[in-house]
Design a protein around this ligand. Structure first.
Ligand SMILES: Nc1ncnc2c1ncn2[C@@H]1O[C@H](COP(=O)(O)OP(=O)(O)O)[C@@H](O)[C@H]1O
Ligand SMILES: [Mg+2]
Length: 464
């Protein structure tokens, strides 16, 4: 988060630099080029002013008296300077290799200047073998052209100066980027830290700790606002869960008492009837069974409500150990029904789960399996683990369930046809699913993988 913010801020700075920097650099390059040429032009005109006197008074082919001026105006620019007379013959130059009297009238810019028009431009020079930038200005006396002053500089030199300028801008850009980075880090920290803190609190809330509160007194205003909303939400949620728990508790209490009383009355009625009226006794017996069912349903509904509103934390449990203990618990009941229980499990299978949840889940699965297991069949418990998960399968040899039935079996109150007339509430698997979800796991019903009829009831939890 922090890194991404810094990168984003630097990215924005870089884009801004590119968007503004590229046009700026090309503008600066253009201005700099023009400035250099204008400087050459200005020097050429000044030198032309001096040359006017000399060219006018002296008719000689060489004009050494101009030399100091030439030196003065060309030293800093590194330009090649030459002065011609009206015929285009060189009379003075700062280039010692240039012989006085050389004819320059064939150079286009000199020819143009000799007609009285200053010439500025660039061309390749055959003599020097490179591109030249030149300025040639006429030396006037009245309307008469006495000669030409020409400044020339290799294009590469001008390019170099322009490049230096642009490089300056690029360096300034990099510096800006560095400063942006240095500013971005504390800024990003300032935003990221409180968000990370708030994320931790949200995770705690999601884990069921409703007492958690966010710090709404520091950080950016938007975040303080968010923290305040978080606190209101956490408070409300806590209250709701608390209310639900209280409701579940009191309903449990309120329903249990009359149900127990009802059951007692039915027993009394049965005793009072004696053996006299078998039909009535039968009816009362059936009512007692229904009362038991109602009682179980109330208990299970309350259990569901407790799990759903629950805040129990997960602990580390050993699925192998639990599976063994469940087998022991159910063994006698199973053998009463001529069903054998077997178990396949690793020495240990540690996983996350709410305390007591896996026991209840396996009990429900075995209870269902026993309900449908034919005589002399086997119910197999298989505990398996890999790096990330632990699963417990309860596999029976009963009639199994179709795909559509398997997908509905975890719904509350859903019961299959073959169990419709047996005791039960249709809530067992709903409780199983809630317990698994609260433990951070999943449940599923599958056909047997060996092609035999029967059902595989599976719970999968996170390995620890
Ligand atoms: N091992 C099983 N084999 C076949 N059907 C099953 C099995 N386990 C569950 N069922 C079906 O799923 C229904 C719902 O199960 P459950 O929620 O435990 O409710 P109950 O056991 O009270 O009927 C059962 O009524 C039964 O029809
Ligand atoms: Mg059941």
């Amino acid at each position: 988060m922090r890194k991404r913010l810094v990168v984003a801020l630097m990215g924005v700075a870089a884009v801004m630099l590119l968007v503004f920097g590229i046009p700026l650099a090309s503008f600066v390059a253009k201005v700099e080029r023009e400035r250099l040429i204008t400087a050459l032009e200005r020097d050429a005109f000044i030198l032309a002013g001096h040359a006017k006197e000399t060219l006018n008074t002296s008719a000689g082919s060489s004009l050494p008296s101009l030399q100091p001026y030439i030196a003065e105006h060309s030293a800093s620019k590194g330009a090649r300077v030459l002065v011609t007379n009206a015929l285009g013959l060189v009379v003075a130059s700062n280039d010692p290799t240039l012989t006085v009297g050389s004819n320059f009238s064939n150079r286009p810019e000199v020819a143009t200047a000799l007609t009285g028009i200053p010439a500025v431009g660039e061309r390749s020079s055959r003599t020097l073998g490179q591109r030249l930038v030149f300025v040639a200005v006429p030396v006037f006396l009245g309307d008469e052209v006495l000669g030409v002053v020409r400044f020339s500089s290799p294009q590469s030199r001008i390019d170099q100066e322009v490049r230096d300028r642009v490089l300056g801008i690029v360096l300034a850009g990099f510096f800006t980027l560095l400063v942006a980075g240095a500013l971005a880090i504390p800024f990003a920290l300032g935003i990221a830290r409180p968000i990370t803190r708030l994320t931790r609190r949200t995770e705690k809330l999601a884990d069921g700790d409703f007492s958690v509160r966010a710090d709404d007194s520091s950080g950016p205003p938007e975040l303080r606002e968010l923290s305040r909303s978080f606190n209101v939400m956490a408070g409300r949620l806590g209250l709701m869960v608390e209310n639900q728990k209280q409701f579940a508790g009191s309903v449990s209490h309120q329903l249990r008492t009359p149900l127990t009383a009802l059951r007692l009355r039915l027993e009394q009625a049965q005793m009072a009837l004696g053996d006299g009226s078998p039909d009535a006794a039968h009816a009362i017996e059936a009512s007692r069974a229904e009362t038991d069912r109602l009682q179980e349903m109330v208990e299970q509904l309350l259990a569901l409500a407790r799990i759903e509103g629950g805040t129990a934390a997960t602990v580390t449990v050993d699925a192998a150990l639990i599976a063994h203990s469940r087998i022991e618990m159910w063994d006698s009941l199973a053998s009463e029904r001529n069903v054998s229980l077997t178990i396949t499990a690793p020495g240990q299978a540690l996983c996350a789960g709410i305390d007591g949840a896996l026991e209840q889940i396996i009990d429900n699965y075995i209870d269902n399996a026993l309900g449908v297991a034919p005589d002399d069949s086997t119910i197999a418990l298989v505990v398996a683990r890999d790096a990330s998960h632990v699963s417990v399968d309860v596999i029976d040899e009963g009639p199994g369930l179709s795909e559509e039935q398997r997908s509905r079996a975890f719904e509350r109150f859903w019961r299959g046809q073959h169990t419709e007339n047996s005791p039960g509430t249709g809530l067992g698997l709903a409780i199983v699913r809630q317990l698994a979800v609260a433990s951070g796991g999943t449940t599923e019903l599958l056909p047997r993988s060996d092609g035999q009829i029967g059902l595989v009831a599976r719970v999968t939890l996170t390995a620890r």
